[in-house]
Design a protein around this ligand. Structure first.
Ligand SMILES: Cc1ncc(COP(=O)(O)O)c(C=O)c1O
Length: 393
């Protein structure tokens, strides 16, 4: 039985009345309550000024931490608001005091910005970056990971749902394996938050990061960092300011006692309120309902795409998300994206540098169609028909 009120979510998303929006892994259109909350705050700031406006919505701003914590089954003290997923991840990553001989373990699903940070860290210290192979189904090979663990492994970084692939990595299995390990376990949940249930207690990750604008449907320039309470002191925030720390004596400062020690003093207040509205909107729909609907639509899309000649589906792994990727070897991905956009169908064209480990050797570019719960079967059918006509043109 359909548990999401399609009419309601579509009327909350006016842009979809005459467009087929399949770039939710890029930036999903914000639903009305999110948009309205942001705009209302900006108008209020114009009226009373930014400081007074913030003062008057302090309680709601605190509520953002509660909403985000509920989304991840965490505690509000374990949440920081950061301007995007990359910086959220960086704040934790650059806070690890890496030492010569440390090892970083990652997978083929790694996101490029994270890998760039590994490379930069490897230039500074004598550390190794090791990519765990995929298993035969295409997800991280958990046995291979187990075989690589030793006391020098400082960090295991797992990209839950990659940017360029429909795979959902087995985060809980990895967490189970690392439960008694001294290694830090980071989960990049940038593409899974908002479409897949996330429970940090079950997963057992020490750090989880996400962005607001993708499947959570929040405003741009918003992101979240979760840091497990017991691990907080293992990180030295790369920057401090008058919000993250207190200058208690001429030569002395103390850090905030919670995850907000990774935040900036100045931040996007309207964005924070909008992000709270987005997380609340997601919670009201129910993440399990979202997951079910997205799965159903994605299965339908994959089935139809598998029948189009000249198109190669790239998705792998036993568990998949609403991200559907493929190549058309005879065509540039960008030309297909453009052809579809002229018909008001929005997808994303991705280059190899965006996800080198994942794509290199398979293709130079790919097309990503990413589904959310407000999409319909009719839209999926229209997209597949338009794509087939474009490919065979
Ligand atoms: C898997 C993954 N991680 C991290 C990011 C970075 O997110 P942001 O652009 O908010 O920094 C992305 C963005 O596409 C992503 O797909």
């Amino acid at each position: 039985m359909e548990k999401i009120d399609l009419e309601k979510v579509r009327s909350d998303t006016p842009g979809v009345s005459d467009r087929i929006f399949l770039d939710n892994a890029g930036a999903s259109p914000t639903p009305n309550p999110v948009h309205q909350r942001v705009v209302r705050h900006l108008e209020f700031e114009r009226e009373v000024g930014g400081y007074e406006a913030k003062r008057q919505c302090q309680e709601e701003l605190e509520g953002m931490y509660v909403s985000a914590a509920d989304l991840f089954n965490a505690h509000p003290d374990e949440i920081a608001f950061i301007e995007n997923a990359t910086r959220a991840w960086d704040m934790a990553f650059y806070g690890i005091g890496f030492q010569s001989g440390d090892r970083i373990l990652t997978s083929s699903a790694e996101y490029s910005s994270n890998y760039l940070a590994f490379l930069q860290m490897a230039q500074r210290h004598d550390i190794s970056i090791e990519v765990i192979p995929d298993d035969e189904q295409g997800q991280i090979d958990v046995d291979a990971l187990a075989n690589r663990l030793d006391h020098r492994v400082r960090l295991v970084n797992l990209c839950h749902a990659p940017t360029s692939n429909g795979l959902l990595n087995p985060a809980e299995q990895v967490g189970e394996l690392l439960r008694d390990s001294p290694a830090l376990f980071f989960l990049d949940a940038c593409q899974s938050a908002g479409q897949v249930p996330l429970d940090v207690a079950r997963i057992g990750c020490d750090v989880l990061t996400t962005t607001g604008r993708k499947f959570l449907r929040g405003p741009r320039g918003t992101g979240l960092l979760y840091i497990r309470r017991e691990r907080l002191e293992d990180f030295d925030p790369p920057f401090v300011d008058i919000h993250s720390a207190q200058w208690v004596g001429r030569d002395e400062f103390v850090l905030r006692p919670d995850a907000r020690r990774f935040e900036n003093w100045e931040s996007n207040v309207a964005g924070r309120l909008g992000l709270k509205a987005a997380v609340d909107y997601c919670a009201a729909l129910g993440i399990d309902n979202i997951r079910q609907r997205v799965n159903r639509l994605a299965q339908n899309m994959r089935r139809q795409l598998s029948e189009i000649k000249g198109l190669q589906l790239l998705d792998r792994g036993p568990q998949k998300t609403g991200i559907v990727t493929f190549t058309v070897p005879s065509r540039e991905a960008e030309s297909i994206r453009r052809a579809l956009a002229t018909q008001f169908i929005y997808v994303h064209a991705q280059q190899v540098a965006d996800a080198r480990l994942d794509i290199e050797g398979i293709a130079k570019d790919l097309i990503r169609a990413s589904i959310h719960y407000f999409n319909t079967t009719t839209e999926i059918n229209r997209f597949c028909a338009a794509l087939e006509a474009t490919v065979n043109n």
